[in-house]
Structures are given as structure tokens and as C-alpha cells.
Design a protein around this ligand. Sequence first.
Ligand SMILES: [Zn+2]
Length: 157
Amino acid sequence: MARRYNYRRVKIHHSYSIPEFAKLLDVHKNTVSRWIAAGLQTIDKKRPLLIQGTVGRAFLQARQPPKSKCGPNEFWCFKCRDRRKPAFDEADYRPVTPTSGRLQALCPVCSRIMNRGVRKAEISRACPDVRVTEKVEQQRIDDSSDPTLNVVIKQEK
Ligand SMILES: [Zn+2]
């Protein structure tokens, strides 16, 4: 699970070296190097590498995980940007591996499909009050024939 970083500490009119940026956010220098490898832009390739405040801040902000983890019966709706309980208290379970998969439910507010990764053994703990239907083998057919589903999957990226 991604950690939350206090990106508000990053001054937008400031440039930071890797050690400065690491100290500011209370992380190891290697973490900053990993961020750079993951797409955090430096001003140029000259050493020492410098990170522009605006860029660093936007990068961290974009990586920020949702405000809190979903509680029981809750899904994260990317459209509403909020946690929602499934419409009709119903969800589908689509296995991805023999032991885990994803739960899909409709958002009661915007009617988009919400996904929640789950271990199969923990379905009843994750969604004690939701009627979960396991969908087997139909996954591929559904994914390609249901345009709504395809749209939602694209939006998540
Ligand atoms: Zn919604």
C-alpha cells in the first residue's frame, strides 16, 4: 500500500537536489531515485539532479492514495472520487488467480462499475452485507462485449 507523503512541504518556486527532496519528505534518497525512475522529472540530466518544486509536488499529489482504505462493504468510486456501498447490496466476484480476484459493483450514485481487489477467502469479511455472485469463465466474453465495462477499465489507468 502506498504511503502518504506530505507534498505540501514542497515549495513550488524551489528546486531540490535528491538529498534535499528526501529530507523534506522524510524518505530515503533511494526512494527519491525510485520516483525519478518511475517518472518524476528532473530539470535536466546534469549532476546533481534537481527536482523542480512544482514538478515534485504534482508527482507526489498524483501518487497520493485515496483518503482512507475502504471499510466493510465499501468500494472506491473513481467517478465520484469517494467511497460507496454497492447499489442493491450486490457485487460480482471475478477470480483473477485461484485465491484472489476483484469484486465489481455498481455505484449507487453515478452507476459506474466500482472495483475492489480482494482475496477470495476474505470476501465475506470485506463485504459482509453484500450479496456476492461469483462469475467464472465469462470474464473474457464480458470484458470485450460490454462497452460500459471497457470504458471504466480505461479510466482507471
Ligand atoms: Zn460513483
